[in-house]
Structure formats: structure tokens, C-alpha cells
Design a binder for this molecule. Sequence first.
Ligand SMILES: Cc1cc2nc3c(=O)[nH]c(=O)nc-3n(C[C@H](O)[C@H](O)[C@H](O)COP(=O)(O)OP(=O)(O)OC[C@H]3O[C@@H](n4cnc5c(N)ncnc54)[C@H](O)[C@@H]3O)c2cc1C
Length: 365
Amino acid sequence: MQTVPWGVVSTAGTGIGHHLAEYTTLRLGGPAMRLVVADTAAAAVETVTVADTDNTGLLVLGGGSNLVIGDDGVAGTVLRMANKGVEVSRDGEQASVDLAAGEDWDDVVARLVTEGVGGLECLSGIPGRVGATPIQNVGAYGCEISELLISARVHDRSSGRVTEWAPADLGFSYRSSVLKGTARGLVLGVRLRLRRDGMSMPIRYAELARVLGVETGSRVPAAEVRAAVLELRRGKGMVLEPSDHDTWSAGSFFTNPIVADSEIETVLARIGDVVGDTARIPRFPATEGTKLSAAWLIEHAGFPKGYAGAGGRVSLSTKHTLALTNRGSASTADLLALAREVRDGVSSRFGVTLHPEPLLLNCAL
Ligand SMILES: Cc1cc2nc3c(=O)[nH]c(=O)nc-3n(C[C@H](O)[C@H](O)[C@H](O)COP(=O)(O)OP(=O)(O)OC[C@H]3O[C@@H](n4cnc5c(N)ncnc54)[C@H](O)[C@@H]3O)c2cc1C
């Protein structure tokens, strides 16, 4: 086997190694026996190969911003992706951009926008690392990574081969891909198709267009869009700020529920019975049916911003109903108890089941 340079942060063979709370934006998660920080793609592949061959268990970790880890932690190896590389090449009027999985996502977005490369501006301020972006098809303000992705370089954990996966291979859908929640593949990097003229993608999101003072469909200098997105996100506690407990979260805890066309009228009628008027229910067309707003459903089921559980150790963010937050001394059990209360409250009031957006590891709702 190839000897590769990597930083082994801890190889505690027995007993408690690292506390994973230090590696998640929720600041939650129990111990890990062994943590490997891989600063090359080869090191990452080797770590995965050894763990898969020995069947010892593996958690691939980026920025820990979409993970809820149980209080008992994880067995086996935690592999933190830290390989680096940003390469921009000319592709006619466009730019083809290769990013290594261990790059910090928002640092990359900031750098590209500053260099006059447009396309990622609506995805500004999303925490985490590049390699996780295809996993749940990250999206915000009318843009999803799937629209910009040429391919992802993936180590297939069953065949052991590293190949380029096209968007069709990744099976993207709303906040998901074929890789989400599986042990199928390790993302080593992504290749994106962006713009070289420094302009944004067409602005689709009404709130963003309003703040920018433009019609939806307009293109605007990418730097202006990034600034507006960051401001909007800060107002919702959606930009990490260590001193602000509203940002000690995994972002949106629940995905917006998508209701099939065959059921939507019944569902709307039931919600309308409770709130008194179906016209007020926010809804958006989606490829698979109609998307409802999880935040709106939660609020109207009786859980306002700041709603607390576990003696105040956890609460809904005071800025955004959809973020479940650690107020400083919470456990994962506290967080999940609040999540259950909210999910069950929405279900009993409206008959709509909310599903968690982050990956739940060694814990369950
Ligand atoms: C304040 C806040 C705001 C957020 N806003 C948004 C938002 O607007 N839109 C949005 O879509 N998300 C949002 N998120 C969620 C999260 O930031 C994204 O999903 C992000 O892409 C996760 O990246 P990460 O590196 O932290 O992944 P992690 O949390 O470390 O990992 C997430 C999952 O991906 C897997 N994984 C990570 N890297 C790899 C890899 N290289 N190969 C294979 N599997 C891998 C992990 O095993 C895990 O299952 C937000 C989160 C927070 C805390």
C-alpha cells in the first residue's frame, strides 16, 4: 500500500479519543476512537480502504455542519477531509473550476467572487467543506449545486475505483443525492461550470431580488449578490458566529415537505381547517409535487422562534424557526427530544410528516 503524508490527529486505540462536539457546528456528539485528517486525496482513499477492508466503521467528516452525532459518539475511524486545491481554467465564455473536497466552501465562494467568477454567489455563507456539497445537493436562494456541477471525483467504496461522476450518476433531488446517508462513495473533489464575466446567475428568489432592487431573472454583479445573501443569512442566524447560539445549529433541521399531487388538496384542506384559510398557506411547485414551508408549518403548529426545550438547553433559533440550536450545554438527546416534539406537533396538527435534513449518526428521531 502507498505510504502517504497525512496528519494523524489522534489514534487513541482504546478509550475516549476525540470529542466530536468540537467538530460539529451544533457542538454536539460524543467521542471518536480515532480521527484522521487527510490532507491529500490519496490519504483519504487509503484511510477509507483500510477501514472498509477491516470493516471497522468509518465516518467521513467535512465541516460537521450537517451532522447530528449521538452522545455515545462513533466507533471506528473518523476521516476529516482536508485536501486542498482550487484551479480555475478558461472554458470559452465560461470557467471550469476544480475544487478539492477539503476546501472550506465559503472561502472558495468568496475567493471566486473576488476574482470575478460568478455562479456560486447565491450559495454564499453555507458552512462546511466542498466535498459535502454534492452529498445533499446544497442549495439556497434559488440555486442548487447540481445546476453548476460538471462532475464529482468519487472513490467508489465497493469497486475501489476513482472516477468522475456526472450529475446524472449522482441522482440529485431536493437536498439529496444517491450518496446521502450511504457508504457508497467518498467525494475527493468537484468540477463546476461557472461564469467568467463576474455576473451572477439569473436571480430567481423573490426576497433576494427585492433586496437587490431588481426583477427576478436579472443578472447582477456576483459580489453584490454575495453581499446581499450574506446579509439576509445573518438576519436568520444562518452564518456561523461562535458567540451567537442561534448559529449553533445544523442549519435547517427539517426539509420542506413535498406533497404528491394526488394528496395536495386533502393536505391543504386539513391545514386550512386549522388556520382558517388555505390561501395563506405558502406553497411552491416542485418536480415531485408541491413543496410546503416547514418553517411556516412549525410556527402555525404552535412553535414560535425561540421555543425552548430541555430546561432551555436547546431551542428553536430566535431568528429562524427551522434551526434547532444548542444554547451552550445541550446533549444530542436534548436536541432530539425537541426535534421529536416539533415533528409530532406538526404531524398531529396538520397531518404532514417532517423529515430531518442533517444526517443522524448513532442517534435517531
Ligand atoms: C448555519 C448553517 C446554515 C446552513 N445553510 C445551508 C443552506 O443554506 N443550504 C444547504 O443546503 N445547507 C445548509 N446547511 C447545511 C450544511 O452546511 C451543508 O449541508 C454543507 O454542505 C455540509 O458540509 P459539511 O462539510 O459540514 O458536511 P458534514 O456535516 O461534515 O457531513 C455531512 C454528510 O456528508 C458526508 N460527507 C462529508 N464530506 C464528504 C465527502 N467528501 N465524501 C463523502 N461524504 C461526505 C458526511 O459523512 C455526512 O454524512 C447549513 C448549516 C448550518 C450550520
